[in-house]
Design a protein around this ligand. Structure first.
Ligand SMILES: Nc1nc2c(ncn2[C@@H]2O[C@H](COP(=O)(O)OP(=O)(O)OP(=O)(O)O)[C@@H](O)[C@H]2O)c(=O)[nH]1
Ligand SMILES: [Mg+2]
Length: 360
């Protein structure tokens, strides 16, 4: 899974990227405005606990790749415009984090000259909508011509969906506001549209603005967030500084500044929620591991995430929920009280299930 960090110039994208990936970019590298990417381990206390119990040779956290994508420039007409490089980077992301700047900093002036959350959000949305409109217009034209020629049934089914999307965009609404089915989303995936991507708005505050965050959050909620949109609050500069400290020291500072949750934790929690993701575990002496899957996946599909062979040769899954396992203290005890179960392929996996796949 790949998540792109986007936003206007100097809004704090690289600050957020460095905070969550615990990397340190050289100021010269940052200034070049290139993209950076890094894979982060998804922190999971349950996996830590399981590792403490099984003492395996290896612990493998779930992973998410983050990309810091710079690339919104002032166009010739004075309006904001995406560069081609930016679009090609963002197109392949599964979700986007849009950083919105709320901190004042005279040393780095806001490109529009002032702080204005709604304006910045709209600037971005408009550019995304224009880009998707152009893409769809082109595609719809082509499909119509092809249908006349070939009478292709697949294309005939596709056309109404693309037209529905086109109309939505013309009403200046992003595609993520449509309640699209899984099949529709699958179909649209090949087009790599931008406004269909789930969006996480990350409000970047200065550490002195701790008391102001509620006000902005309320304003956003009042403006009715689209479906598939979530908001988090973070404190770019100070959190970046803290991410370079040992964990215990960082915790002390967080408390001092009244920061309830780190950007990393809130970002991952909301991203999982937004993308409908959950984790299951595999445990053993060799390895304890967290796997990320979509909610609603069955045992066979989850097994397939571990290995294609596990999907093809799936027989049954041994399942015990993390909480039940911890309460019982061992597999044997969990079995005794009936919390350890054998499930078939259609069993819908729960967040926190510990699974062992039986296959032929
Ligand atoms: N005071 C204050 N400054 C911040 C905060 N977040 C970022 N900055 C500063 O703002 C400047 C821009 O931050 P970056 O993280 O480089 O912003 P960016 O979005 O990556 O910028 P570009 O990649 O150039 O578009 C840096 O000098 C940061 O130190 C914040 O919360 N408070
Ligand atoms: Mg940057």
């Amino acid at each position: 899974m790949q998540i792109g960090i986007v936003g206007l110039p100097f809004c704090g994208k690289s600050a957020l990227f460095q905070t969550i990936t615990k990397t340190h970019l050289d100021p010269g590298v940052i200034a070049k405005g290139e993209f950076h990417q890094s894979v982060i381990k998804v922190p999971d206390k349950r996996l830590d606990e399981l590792t403490a119990i099984f003492n395996p040779k290896k612990k493998v956290n779930a992973a998410i790749e983050f990309v810091d994508v710079a690339g919104l420039q002032k166009g010739d007409s004075g309006s904001a415009q995406f560069t081609t490089n930016f679009l090609s980077r963002v197109k392949t992301n599964d979700a986007l984090v849009q950083v919105v700047r709320l901190f004042e900093n005279e040393l780095v002036p806001h490109p529009e000259g002032s702080i204005n959350m709604m304006r910045d959000l709209n600037t971005f949305e408009t550019e995304f909508i224009i880009s998707d409109l152009a893409l769809l217009e082109n595609r719809i034209d082509k499909i119509k011509k092809q249908i006349l020629k070939t009478q292709d049934d697949n294309l005939k089914r596709e056309l109404p969906l693309l037209e529905k999307c086109y109309e939505t965009l013309q009403e200046e609404k992003p595609l993520r506001s449509l309640h699209l089915t899984r099949d529709e989303l699958k179909l649209l995936k090949t087009y790599q549209l931008l406004t269909v991507k789930p969006m996480l708005i990350a409000l970047n505050f200065d550490e002195t603005q701790g008391k102001e965050t509620e006000k902005y959050l309320e304003q956003l909620v009042k403006s009715k967030l689209d479906t598939n949109t979530k908001v988090i609050v973070f404190f770019g500069k100070i959190e970046q500084e803290m991410s370079e400290l040992p964990e215990e020291d960082a915790a002390v500072f967080m408390k001092e500044y009244g920061i309830k949750e780190s950007a990393l934790n809130s970002l991952i929690r909301e991203a999982y929620d937004l993308l409908g993701l959950q984790s299951f575990f595999t445990v053993g002496e060799d390895e304890c591991r967290a796997w990320t899957i979509r909610k609603g996946m069955n045992a066979q599909e989850a097994a397939g995430e571990i290995h294609t062979d596990f999907f093809n040769k799936f027989i049954r899954a041994e399942v015990v929920h993390y909480t039940d396992f911890i309460t019982a203290g061992s597999f044997a005890k969990a079995k005794e009280i009936g919390n350890w179960r054998l499930e078939g392929r259609d069993y819908i996996v729960n967040d926190g299930d510990i699974i062992s796949v039986r296959h032929s």
